[in-house]
Structures are given as structure tokens and as C-alpha cells.
Design a protein around this ligand. Structure first.
Ligand SMILES: Cc1cc2nc3c(=O)[nH]c(=O)nc-3n(C[C@H](O)[C@H](O)[C@H](O)COP(=O)(O)OP(=O)(O)OC[C@H]3O[C@@H](n4cnc5c(N)ncnc54)[C@H](O)[C@@H]3O)c2cc1C
Length: 319
């Protein structure tokens, strides 16, 4: 039986949904599952890790691990992988995961695959699928090592209802601090906005929204729907939206249940960040806009007229 170690994705003490998605996939392929949780004061997360489908929980809980640091975090994952005898080590799609995964792979002499969207296991043979070159090609990669460290793209796997694990906590001691890089402070998004990676609905604004008044109009729709609020790069370059909201090749990759693109043309670099969304709705006044090639639903019209109507209709449905 394959052994899958999932690296818990914890952000400011909160367990992100990717952890349950990866554990569900591990169970679906019939693997023995373990999770490694790293941070400070994270013991309260253990029941959630069990409910998400882990059979063993490796926990590195130490004040020295409060702030993310790739070196020590990698040491914790390597220690858990060795103790568990993991064949597959999976990270959710995050900046932290992307930084730690190669370090873990090097220390375990394992293969490393980034941004995978699918994985098959037949006997000992592992194969992964990953988009490359801005999603222009899909690679099917046969893995020739016994162990694979993989970063899984957001939304690639779904959390399954009714899955559960069993509690078997193994405490890991804190590793040596990283002498090469010392993280002094972590400055995080204090806006209180819903995290794009975790949002079920993401609404993004593009150049069509023109200015702050246009952004505010769409933001109200996002608030009504409790949606994450994203942006095209054009709005970021114009200084109208912060970079941490940018969706696309050089921004965030999101895969929500519903993605609503408002006043966005649908450049390939934007599509690279959102075309894994389950349902895409686009609002654009140009019927030839490329966004309509990927949209499941399209509204051709002026967003300044369409957005208030959408808000009214949503209010009516809710009432
Ligand atoms: C290396 C590289 C990396 C990049 N990375 C990214 C990235 O990560 N993310 C990203 O988004 N882009 C990225 N870009 C930029 C990308 O190529 C596009 O320039 C950008 O996505 C365009 O943003 P936009 O759709 O908001 O603007 P535009 O392309 O100008 O489109 C605006 C759209 O709004 C519509 N519109 C205008 N007025 C209205 C109205 N009143 N009502 C309804 N619709 C209206 C127009 O018809 C048009 O389709 C990258 C580019 C490069 C070269």
C-alpha cells in the first residue's frame, strides 16, 4: 500500500482547505495517510486533521516555528517522511509549498513535480499530469524514482464528504534554526478580505472597470456573495489594485466553484490563473472578447449596467 504524507497548509493558525483535498485524494487511491503540521500553538488543529482523513499526525509545534522559514520547515517534513516511510509527499499550492518542496526532494533524493493537476499510481509506477508554458501544453510525466514530492495545483482534487482518519499523534522536535536566512517578521494582508485560494467564489475586476468607483461597484457584488476579490494585471499595473489580488501567470492561481470576470478581456496570462475554475461567468461589452471562449456563461453588456442588475437579482433570490 502506498504511503502518502500531506503537508498541512496552515495560514495564521487556520487549516486551509487544500489539506482535506489532498488527504481525500490519498484515500481515494487507497493509500495509508499521514499529515505533517508545522507551526506554533497548532495542537487545536489535530481533530480537523483527523476529520480530513489522516491516520497519523506528525506535529512540530514550537515557538521557533511560528514564522514560516523554508529550511526548518523542510527539515520537519523530511523527518516526518522518514518516520512514516512516505512514498508520496504532497504540498498544497502555496508560496510556502513551492519553496519547501524542492528542499525536501533534494534531502530525500526524490523526484519533484510542481503544479500537478492529476496523478495516477499503478503498482509502483507513478505518473503525473501538469500544465506547462502558460497552460499551452499538458505534460504527462512518468516518475522514475521510488519517491515523489509534488506540489498540487489548487482545486485539482476535491475533498470528499464522509472521509475520516484516526488519531495517532507523533510529536516532532523543532529543527535547528536556519542560519542562512532568519525571518524577522511576516507582513500579511491585513485587509480582512477572503483569501483568493480558499474562496468558493472569486470575482475579478479588469481594465473595463476603469477606476476606483468601478472597483467599488464590483466589490459590493463580491461582498454580497462573500466572494474573494481578484484582479487582472492591468488594474495592478495601473496602481488600482494590490499585487496580492492579481490572478494569472504572474499572480495567483485560483480554482473556485465560480469565477466571475468583470471587464477582463481574457489574455492568455490571465486565463493561466483561473481556467481551472469549475464555472466561469464573464461580463464584457465586447462580444468578441477572448474571455468568452473559456466562459460557461457570458453577459455581453456594459458592466456599469450589468453589475447593479446582478446585485438586485441576487437580493431577490436570497429574499
Ligand atoms: C509576462 C506577462 C505576464 C502577465 N501576467 C499576467 C497575470 O498574471 N494576470 C493578468 O491578468 N495579466 C497578466 N499579463 C497581462 C495580460 O497580457 C493582459 O494585458 C491583461 O490581463 C489585460 O488585463 P484586462 O483584461 O483587465 O485589460 P484589457 O485587456 O484592456 O481588457 C479590458 C476589457 O474590458 C472590456 N470593457 C471595457 N469597458 C467595459 C465596460 N464598460 N463593460 C464591460 N466590459 C468592458 C473590454 O471590452 C476589454 O475586453 C501578463 C503579461 C505578460 C507579458
Amino acid at each position: 500500500m502506498a504511503k502518502v504524507l500531506v503537508v498541512a497548509d496552515i495560514n495564521q493558525g487556520v487549516l486551509k482547505k487544500s489539506t482535506a483535498e489532498l488527504l481525500s485524494k490519498a484515500k481515494a487511491i487507497g493509500a495509508e495517510t499521514a499529515v505533517v503540521a508545522i507551526g506554533r500553538n497548532i495542537e487545536s488543529l489535530i481533530p480537523g486533521l483527523v476529520d480530513a482523513g489522516s491516520d497519523t499526525q506528525y506535529v512540530a509545534d514550537d515557538p521557533a516555528l511560528e514564522l514560516f522559514s523554508a529550511g526548518p520547515y523542510a527539515s520537519c517534513v523530511v523527518e516526518a517522511a522518514k518516520q512514516f516511510g512516505a512514498d508520496l509527499i504532497w504540498f498544497g499550492f502555496s508560496e510556502g509549498g513551492k519553496a519547501v518542496a524542492p528542499r525536501v526532494a533534494t534531502q530525500l533524493d526524490a523526484a519533484c513535480a510542481n503544479e500537478i493537476t492529476a496523478l495516477t499510481l499503478e503498482g509502483d509506477q507513478i505518473e503525473v499530469i501538469r500544465p506547462a508554458i502558460t497552460n499551452k501544453v499538458i505534460q504527462r510525466v512518468k516518475v522514475n524514482t521510488d519517491r515523489l514530492v509534488a506540489v498540487i495545483r489548487a482545486g485539482a482534487f476535491e475533498a470528499t464528504e464522509g472521509i475520516t482518519g484516526s488519531e495517532n499523534v507523533v510529536k516532532l522536535s523543532a529543527p535547528e534554526p536556519d542560519s542562512k536566512a532568519v525571518i524577522k517578521e511576516l507582513v500579511s494582508d491585513a485587509s480582512g478580505d477572503i483569501d483568493l485560494a480558499d474562496a468558493d467564489i472569486v470575482i475579478s475586476v479588469g481594465r473595463g472597470t476603469k477606476d476606483q468607483a468601478g472597483i467599488d461597484l464590483v466589490k459590493e457584488l463580491a461582498n454580497d456573495l462573500k466572494a474573494g476579490f481578484g484582479s487582472s494585471r492591468a488594474m495592478v499595473d495601473a496602481g488600482l489594485m494590490p499585487h496580492n489580488k492579481q490572478v494569472g501567470q504572474t499572480g495567483k492561481i485560483v480554482a473556485p466553484t465560480l469565477y466571475i470576470a468583470i471587464g477582463i478581456s481574457g489574455a492568455i496570462q490571465h486565463l493561466a490563473g483561473m481556467n481551472g475554475s469549475k464555472v466561469i461567468l464573464a461580463v464584457n461589452k465586447d462580444p468578441e472578447a477572448p474571455i468568452f471562449n473559456v466562459a460557461d456563461y457570458g453577459i455581453v453588456g456594459d458592466l456599469f449596467e450589468v453589475v447593479p442588475v446582478l446585485r438586485e437579482e441576487i437580493k431577490k433570490i436570497r429574499a
